[in-house]
Ligand binder design. Structure first.
Ligand SMILES: Nc1ncnc2c1ncn2[C@@H]1O[C@H](COP(=O)(O)OP(=O)(O)OP(=O)(O)O)[C@@H](O)[C@H]1O
Ligand SMILES: [Mg+2]
Length: 1031
């Protein structure tokens, strides 16, 4: 039987892997390498080189979310420093209690390890006289009222409102707000305190006390005003009424409570925290649908900016509050997950549920049990898959009542689409009571997806702001009207006066188009490449009048200052030139900190124009009055209909514009294709399990066997019949039936030594081998699992530990290799700076000094050297420099790479490092790696000074903000969790109150989560073994 499966590629992205040996190619057919025995009874995997010299696949093919794959660094259990801190705090507390035994005024101070908060005040008071930049800051801040957020959640206001609480504080009023929070409710009696510190086993009792106190402390202060108490009572009452109604009334009843089955408080929170006073009609209709009431699966599809998220959030709240079940919210990008965590943390604190982040290397597998509190897991696609796997493994998937998938059309997006499909197929197969809700703006084949998810659908054309689409050909502008035969109806001639020099430089009249709207209104210019973004931004500035510089000058100066400080004094020369005009570029070459600053400035109106790549359309909610598509291409590929729709969908700011408009700039040659683009139906979304030579099917089968979901061919067949691939079998499995593909994949997994047949007599069931388990547990790409095994084995033989280099090399992602070509001169220079031991290690992995020297001298090297190893080592050198210096800019400069790429390398290495850690945990022979990789993951995840790490664990707090917070005296998570957002906003430069609220809420949530984890660990320790009595 030929084991080669030929499939049609599903993704339109360019791939050139044809030369690569497929992992579907049986190992015996490949070039056999000097084989190390693999760790299983099925035995020998021929350690073939899965990566041949054609390793030219783009990184995004394997991981289009470059910051994300899998990992669970965030484990408090393994965080011994946290326990040590607790111990220290315990000692402090004992000391404190002794000091204050007689002082009944002063309640127990929680987590006040080093409460030197006078520095907080003095840092504000002693602030050097405001520099020019500072005065700009003030006027900048004046420009922004955050009225919408004045109505802070009561949990955050309560402490301030209650005069008694203030009285109970030992400190002055000014100090109060920056003090670590004291226990707001119970003033602990002297007796009680004495009892506590007299008690034996002090460590346990103090830790216990602290853990409980931390939770109480981080949660809402309960010493609240009468109105707040009354409100709470109303909420509780309403929740219980809603729950009773749920139980008693018929399932078809739509009216389960005052606000779609939820307490009025939810409505108030939506108004206060989101500024949304009333729901759109379609949102109300959708929430009242029978399918929603009866918890059937649902896909709803509306144009961009239609307000889909709010409906999903209300349904999530219903699940958490009324049904008391957990919910999983899947979003496509790390930045979106962080934004949602920040936004929903306040809801969690007010309504008493946990909000947990699963993105990058954050997220615990399996999650903490929550001790009665429901959890909302907000996850990227990859982390959601890991989470679902861990819940299946621990038999807890039924606790998840609702799974919401945003941007459901991403099912059709390469390997990431395959991961969504695997996740949903598992949920559908295992937990029949879990409701699935998907939303999208661009689904062309709703029926297929409906069939896959056994879902009903709801569609609506609603758009809060009318969108007018135009195209520009030469100097004429045509309105798009797909109903007309010609598609384009003449609208107007572009009015502009160009000099001949200008005409040469701006042939497409972009300056004329943008100056019709900026600076008073906003504009996005989508460009086909990153370089083009920078060039177009620079070119536009060249022709803008001086008036543009005057517009919001002070605010722009502040922005430049912040950009500079985010780069540790370095400022991008392009931004330096464009920001004074109110322009910036936005693409993956910027660091995430720069991107965030640019996005915030654009949202606040400080910047009026962004030139950007298509990624901006998918990731963030940054609407514009006018959207210009510089050309109908993304890189060299003609736009897809869904990409076009996502981009033009950014036009029109709800509540601000009466309409939005998009203009697609066309050349004559593109006219025919463009007509198709604007009028064709949306592309259909196809299963991607066959993507990359069927890698998805292979991974899926491996994990369903590993998770004990299935263990026979028949059961696998049954499972596969519930996939989207099965629904689309005729379209996707062109040469073989799905059943044939399934059987072949099982055979291949056996050949690769990942799956075996039980040797028990009469059994014959399929089982994963140790290597198979390590592969799916570590979420290691099947293409690399045997290569990784070999590299780690070889590493063990001669692990060099007097520098990080060897370990870093072992966790440098294989799929990043194609992203950068070594600069040989730089390589040589760096090589010569290595220690003798490091050079020896380099030679041992296959890169000698003489080889690099010859390459640097431009000589041809005949020796057979593995290019992948050479490039991987180069990336490892970059990473080692980063770990040493933590300065992205200087490393970027030294290695002549873009800072964005370096940041991507760092984040994907941290994620891969945690994958490798999980991989090694399953293979006993790799035991020494566990401790080493745990620490390395931590270092790679937060490549900053150690003291900033606790602050950066809070969703969306990046290095610059962490530094500001640290310098302002907020040195730990507990400081942040107990901070008063008002003071925080005043103390920290350029921190708006809304942001301060979100930071405090997220910190409280994280502290709760950590305390829960400790509590769970303790409960497990103290639990009486069930089988004890029978002994
Ligand atoms: N009822 C409402 N009233 C006013 N604004 C609303 C309402 N519902 C949602 N919005 C706002 O509309 C904006 C767009 O909403 P949302 O992000 O949910 O759109 P979407 O349908 O998910 O679009 P996309 O497909 O682009 O992701 C958000 O800023 C949101 O706060
Ligand atoms: Mg959306």
């Amino acid at each position: 039987m030929s084991a080669e499966i030929k499939v049609r590629r599903q993704s339109s992205r360019k791939r050139s892997r044809d030369r690569r040996i497929s992992h579907l190619t049986p190992a015996r057919k490949r070039t056999s390498a000097s084989g190390r025995q693999c760790p299983d009874n099925t035995g020998q995997i021929e350690l073939s080189r899965a990566l041949d010299k054609s390793m030219d696949a783009t990184f995004s093919e394997y991981c289009s979310d470059p910051e994300d794959l899998f990992g669970d660094y965030d484990s408090i259990v393994s965080d011994s420093s946290f326990l040590a801190k607790l111990d220290r705090v315990g000692q402090n507390m004992r000391q404190h209690d002794i000091d204050h035994t007689t002082s009944s005024r002063c309640p127990v101070i929680l987590l006040a390890g080093n409460p030197d908060f006078t520095s907080l005040k003095s840092s504000t008071d002693n602030c050097p006289k405001q520099s020019c930049d500072d005065s700009m800051t003030e006027s900048f801040l004046e420009g922004f009222t955050d009225d919408a957020f004045l109505d802070m959640p009561s949990s955050q206001l309560a402490f301030l409102q209650d005069p008694q609480t203030a009285d109970r504080n030992c400190c002055t009023d000014e100090d109060k707000t920056s003090m670590p929070m004291r226990h707001p409710e119970k003033s602990v009696s002297t007796e009680e305190r004495n009892e506590r510190h007299i008690a034996p086993k002090a460590r346990k009792s103090v830790s216990d006390h602290l853990k409980r106190a931390m939770m109480a402390n981080a949660a809402t202060p309960s010493s609240v005003s009468r109105t707040a108490v009354q409100k709470e009572a109303v909420v509780t009452e309403e929740i219980s009424v809603a729950m009773q109604a749920m139980e008693s009334v018929s399932m078809a009843t739509t009216d389960l409570g005052p606000f779609f089955g939820l307490p009025t408080k939810v409505k108030e929170l939506i108004c206060n925290l989101k500024g949304i006073k009333d729901l759109y009609e379609w949102q109300k209709t959708c929430l009242n649908l029978d399918s929603v009431q009866q918890r059937r699966n649902l896909i709803y599809s509306l144009p961009t900016s239609g307000g889909k998220t709010l409906v999903a959030e209300i349904l999530i709240l219903k699940e958490l509050l009324c049904r008391k079940k957990d919910a999983l919210f899947i979003l496509p990008y790390v930045s979106l997950v962080q934004e949602k965590v920040r936004g929903l943390a306040s809801f969690g604190l007010e309504l008493d549920f946990m909000v947990e982040e699963y993105a990058g290397s954050k997220g615990r597998f399996p999650p903490v049990k929550g001790r009665g509190k429901r959890s909302l897991y907000i996850a990227t696609i990859e982390k959601a898959h890991g989470l679902v796997n861990s819940l299946i493994e621990t038999n807890r998937l039924d606790n998840v009542g609702l799974v919401v998938v945003d941007e459901l059309h991403m099912l059709g997006d390469g390997s990431r689409g395959a991961i969504i499909e695997m996740t949903l197929a598992k949920v559908l197969y295992i937990s029949k009571s879990t409701q699935i809700i998907g939303m999208s703006a661009t689904l062309g084949n709703l029926q297929d997806i409906q069939k896959f998810l056994k879902a009903e659908s709801y569609t609506n054309d609603f758009r809060p702001v009318e969108l007018k689409e135009y195209v520009k050909l030469k100097d004429s502008i045509y309105e798009v009207d797909p109903k007309e035969e010609e598609c384009f109806r003449f609208s107007r001639v572009l009015n502009f006066k160009y000099s001949s020099a200008m005409q040469k430089i701006d042939q497409d009249h972009i300056v004329a188009l943008v100056t019709e709207v900026i600076p008073s209104q906003s504009c996005l210019v989508f460009c086909p490449t990153k370089k083009n973004c920078e060039n177009v931004a620079g070119m536009i500035c060249k022709y803008l009048k001086e008036d543009f510089i005057q517009h919001k000058q002070a605010e722009k100066a502040v922005l430049l200052g912040e950009l500079r400080s985010s780069g540790n004094g370095c400022l991008c020369p392009v931004l330096k030139k464009t920001v004074p005009y109110g322009l910036a570029y936005h693409h993956s070459g910027l660091t995430s900190e720069e991107r965030k600053l640019v996005e915030e400035a654009y949202s606040a109106g400080v910047l009026c124009l962004l030139t950007c790549t298509s990624t901006l359309a998918a990731g963030i909610n940054l609407p514009a009055r006018r959207v210009i598509l510089r050309s109908p291409y993304v890189a060299a590929d003609f736009l897809k209909r869904s990409q076009y729709k996502q981009m033009v969908g950014r036009a029109g700011r709800a509540g601000i514009d009466t309409h939005g408009e998009s203009i697609l700039i066309l050349q004559d040659k593109d006219k025919v294709l463009a007509k198709k683009l604007v009028s064709a139906p949306m592309e259909i979304c196809k299963s991607n399990l066959m993507h990359s030579d069927g890698k998805g099917v292979l991974s899926l089968i491996l994990s369903v066997i590993g998770l004990n979901i299935t263990n026979s061919l028949e059961q696998i067949r049954d499972f596969m019949s519930g996939t989207l691939l099965s629904v689309q079998e005729k379209q996707v499995c062109l040469e073989r039936s799905l059943w044939e593909v399934t059987q072949e994949c099982v055979e291949l997994l056996k050949e690769k030594g990942l799956v075996t047949v039980s040797t028990e007599p009469q059994d014959g069931s399929l089982q994963v081998t140790k290597l198979g388990r390590a592969t799916y547990k570590g979420s290691v790409d099947l293409t690399y699992c045997d290569l990784l095994y070999r590299d780690l084995s070889k590493g063990l033989e001669s692990l060099m530990l007097n520098s990080f280099l060897h370990l870093i090399y072992l966790v440098t992602p294989y799929d990043m290799v194609s992203q950068c070509k070594p600069d040989w001169m730089v390589y040589f220079r760096q090589f010569t700076l290595l220690s003798a031991a490091e050079q020896k290690m380099c030679a041992a992995v296959g890169v000698s000094e003489s080889f690099v020297a010859r390459k640097a001298a431009g000589q041809n090297v005949k020796k057979n050297v593995d290019q992948v190893v050479v490039s991987r080592l180069y990336l490892a050198l970059v990473l080692q420099s980063l770990l040493k210096e933590t300065d992205l800019w200087s490393v970027a400069d030294r290695f002549q790479l873009s800072r964005g790429l370096i940041q991507t390398l760092l984040s994907s290495s941290s994620v891969f490092c945690s994958c490798v850690l999980h991989f090694t945990e399953e293979l006993e022979e790799f035991w020494p790696f566990k401790a080493l990789l745990t620490e390395l993951t931590r270092r790679l995840t937060y490549c900053v000074q150690a003291e900033l790490i606790p602050l950066m664990e809070v969703a969306g707090v990046m290095e610059r903000r962490a530094k500001q917070l640290y310098n302002a005296g907020y040195k730990t998570l507990a400081h942040l969790a107990n901070a008063d957002p008002n003071v925080l906003a005043k103390t920290v430069e350029n921190l708006f109150k809304k942001q301060a609220n979100q930071i405090v809420a997220s910190a409280k949530m994280l502290l709760n989560e950590k305390a829960d984890a400790l509590q769970e660990e303790m409960d497990d320790l103290l639990m009486m073994p069930l089988d004890l009595l029978s002994l």
